[in-house]
Design a protein around this ligand. Structure first.
Ligand code: AMP
Ligand code: MG
Length: 278
């Protein structure tokens, strides 16, 4: 079975994160054992993104959501690292500004959605408005509870404009999160990532799990599926995501555009120039 089907949240199904193993690695022993595969999908990713950019017809939106230390930054580094920076961009969703709060919640997402030919990664996304907002009661329930349908309709609109949407939830265990906080404390290059809030949010773990389960269950649609990616092993997480993106792009049967110029004419001119006659 391809990874697209394997990790997809079936539309209409009820996700129970407890039943999904965050340490799954699909029979592979180690990062080393998977190195060739990782390289293979990285190269494919690059070739397909080049095609997407050249064809200028489709676009790709990748949404990344996770609890703190889930690995969003790592995925961005890995997936975008395989691509040509021309035609790719990351949009980060922080606490909304006053201007953003003065608009409806989808405004800031729509503004940074990909144009034809582009790949955009949302580092967090419009889903924060049914996650952190719900967990901390930042708006009343009768406001956030209508947002799932708004999100589905918004995403459908993007899909009708040839945007392909892949949404990844990076699934780490609570124990793994603790390890990663510890790693940050021990690594001078990671200290800057530590915020008081992260530890506080850990106390809301179960509330986040419920909020995620609802978002994944209610907003995994045929046109914009959610994927639950086992993410305790960073290399497996990267491999699974690269493979799903490749599988999605391969289905598009993209083609380089036909040349719009008379190639024979240009070839003749080239040869004449080479012979000093041009
Ligand atoms: P980071 O991604 O670690 O830089 O943190 C960004 C922070 O902004 C996280 O704590 C998010 O939960 C928070 N955030 C993102 N979107 C929203 C939102 N719509 N409302 C409130 N907080 C948000
Ligand atoms: Mg953070």
């Amino acid at each position: 079975m391809d990874y697209f089907e394997r990790f997809k949240v079936a539309p209409g199904s009820k996700v129970r994160l407890k039943e999904i193993d965050p340490a799954f690695k699909d029979g592979r022993k180690s990062r080393k054992a998977a190195a060739d595969e990782i390289e293979h999908y990285g190269q494919k990713l690059r070739a397909l993104q080049d095609l997407l950019y050249a064809e200028h017809r489709h676009s790709l939106l990748i949404c990344l959501q996770a609890l703190d230390t889930g690995g969003k930054d790592g995925v961005i580094n890995h997936v975008l690292g395989a691509m040509n920076p021309q035609g790719c961009r990351v949009a980060a969703f922080k606490q909304p500004s006053a201007e953003e709060l003065a608009h409806d919640f989808l405004w800031r997402a729509h503004k940074v959605a990909p144009a034809r030919g582009e790949v955009v990664i949302f580092n967090r996304s419009h889903y924060e408005d049914v996650l952190v907002v719900r967990v901390h009661n930042l708006v009343p329930k009768n406001v956030w509870s209508h947002r799932y349908e708004r999100i589905n309709a918004f995403e459908k609109g993007l899909v009708e404009h040839d945007t392909h949407i892949l949404k990844f939830y990076l699934h780490v265990s609570k124990e793994e999160q603790l390890e990663r906080f510890k790693d940050r404390l021990d690594d001078p290059t990671k200290l800057w990532k530590i915020s008081e809030a992260d530890y506080k949010e850990r106390g809301f773990w179960d509330d986040y799990v419920s909020a995620y389960e609802d978002a994944l269950s209610r907003c995994s649609t045929r046109h914009a599926p959610w994927f639950v990616i086992p993410a305790n092993h960073k290399w497996f997480r990267n491999l699974a995501i690269a493979r799903i993106v490749v599988e999605c792009l391969e289905k598009l049967k993209m083609k380089y555009p036909q040349p719009t110029v008379d190639l024979e004419h240009i070839r003749r001119e080239y040869h004449q120039a080479k012979q000093g006659k041009g």
